[in-house]
Design a protein around this ligand. Structure first.
Ligand code: NAD
Length: 472
């Protein structure tokens, strides 16, 4: 089926490009729409318009910016019926979840604007005063991945604009259409050029990172691409925020009740079929309750309904693209060849069209294997056993990733103490996943650089400036 036409939003106008590429529905493996593929000249046009528009926008107050971003958030949420089906078709996620993503994006944008950014008085004495101000950076480029394109784009846009910048957004070529449609719907909310939304290939992202007219890149994606962004951004000393991959460990202590926690642990591991940066990707369970936990997780996996996003009652969709699907199947093949490893359920592709992998639980597996050490980004969860808490903390921390983590226990104080030992940007007790832009979100180690959300995130879209004044 055809989804109609999609356009870039450049300098307040809907534009197309001579070149285009097909967008594939991962549940059918069929192309269902065509996306325009922007040129370098179109990026130059957007940057010139952004620099022009930002000169006026930077003069507006935080209250005025908040009002415009509020209209953006409202328009996004009002348009859920238009956007959610496109998101389901290009991403594969269940329609209900696509709706939640759109609604949540509006909430995120509002959360960003709820912070107060004020000048700080650093010192005042007979000689004068020293003030710390935060000034807009200029033009911010946002680059997003294919798993939750709108929930990641909306707060980037809100943060850039709230801080007084212009914003140019590039979605992943795997899932560009919902983002372009969003651009069409919000076109008249912003002064022309202040927000441009442009689709292109990976090279378009690289052009953004190299462009001298872009002052900062706000990037979400994989660790290898994040490293490339840093390398090419260095040439123009760009400010950079990176939200990268994760391999989050959840630690289940001996006092936890497997039956009670398993549904929540499962939801946090298999959300979006495991394609969430901060999903549980390694589950460590105390040996005294290990078999019970494996049993509970296996039962839930066996009942989970995987299918096309528009099917009634479907809970989980396909892997979003062929490359990722092949990677997950490759990791599964390697896992099957390991001695003594138990695959208690799943372990194979689903026998249907589309990039579907059966929900898979792998027990008796250890570190030093691809499934445990890499970020599989699919519906496959390794469950590891531990005896000693100090030892499991060390094992959890023995990773180049450091995005999130969790501890599951009836003893909240103990949970909090262990949380403090985990090397991760966010750690939950008796919970995992849940993105609020009211707290600064980001990763330790190779999971990122900087934070988004909260005043910390908004300030990272600004340049601190010290003003030293003599006494009057
Ligand atoms: P990716 O790194 O392949 O691509 C992300 C974006 O970067 C895409 O828009 C792509 O076109 C663009 N890109 C590719 N090459 C580029 C280059 N040289 N310069 C600039 N941009 C370039 O990531 P993906 O496969 O789309 O997404 C999956 C990854 O994203 C996973 O690792 C996941 O954990 C991570 N992720 C992280 C978060 C977070 O908040 N930490 C959230 C969602 C996803």
């Amino acid at each position: 089926m055809s989804e109609g036409q999609f356009y870039h939003l450049i300098d307040g106008k809907l534009e197309t490009s001579e070149d285009s590429f097909p967008v594939i529905n991962p549940a059918t493996e069929e192309p269902f729409a065509t996306c325009p593929k922007a040129t370098k000249a179109q990026l130059d046009q957007a940057v010139a318009a952004a620099r022009r528009a930002q000169k006026q926008w930077r003069k507006t107050s935080f209250a005025e910016r908040r009002e415009v971003i509020e209209r953006f958030a409202a328009k996004l949420q009002e348009s859920a019926d238009i956007l959610a089906p496109i998101l389901t078709r290009e991403q594969g996620k269940p329609l209900a979840e696509a709706r939640v993503e759109i609604m949540r994006s509006g909430v995120s944008a509002r959360e960003i604007c709820s912070v107060e950014i004020k000048p700080e008085l650093m010192k005042e004495d007979a000689k004068g005063r020293i003030e710390l101000h935060y000034r807009p950076l200029g033009v911010i480029g946002g680059i997003t991945p294919w798993n939750v394109p709108i929930v990641l784009a909306a707060p980037k846009l809100a943060s850039a604009l709230y801080a007084g910048n212009a914003f140019i957004l590039k979605p992943s070529p795997y899932t560009p259409l919902t983002t372009l449609k969003m651009g069409e719907l919000i076109k008249d909310i912003f002064p022309p050029g202040l927000v441009s939304i442009i689709a292109g290939g990976d090279e378009f992202g690289q052009w953004m990172t190299e462009h001298p007219g872009i002052d900062k890149i706000s990037f979400t994606g994989s660790v290898p691409t994040g490293k490339k962004v840093v390398e090419s951004g260095a040439r123009s000393m760009k400010r950079i925020t990176l939200e990268l991959g994760g391999n989050d460990a959840a630690i289940v202590l001996s006092d936890a009740d497997p039956k009670e926690i398993a549904p929540r642990v499962f939801a946090a591991a298999f959300a979006l079929s495991g394609q969430v940066c901060m999903a549980i990707k390694r589950l460590y369970v105390h040996e005294s309750i290990y078999e019970d936990m494996v049993g509970e997780m296996t039962k839930i996996a066996e009942k989970a309904k995987f299918g096309e996003g528009f099917e009634e009652g479907v809970q989980y969709g396909p892997i979003q693209n062929k490359m990722q699907y092949d990677k997950v199947l490759g990791i599964l093949e390697d896992t099957k060849n390991l001695p003594d490893v138990r695959i208690t359920t799943g372990g194979h592709a689903l026998n249907r069209k589309g990039y579907f992998v059966a929900p898979t639980i792998v027990a008796d597996i250890k570190e030093g294997t691809r499934l445990v050490d890499e970020e599989p980004f699919g519906p496959v969860l390794p469950i590891l056993s531990f005896k000693d808490v100090d030892d499991v903390v060390e094992r959890a921390n023995n990773s180049r990733f450091g995005l999130g983590g969790s501890v599951w226990t009836k003893d909240i104080d103990k949970g909090s103490e262990i949380a403090g030992q985990l090397e991760a940007g966010v750690v939950w007790v008796n919970h995992h996943i849940g993105l609020s832009r009211e707290f600064p979100f980001g990763g330790a180690k190779e999971s990122g650089m900087g934070r988004q959300g909260h005043a910390i995130g908004v300030k990272s879209d600004m340049e601190p400036q010290v003003v030293v004044l003599p006494a009057k």
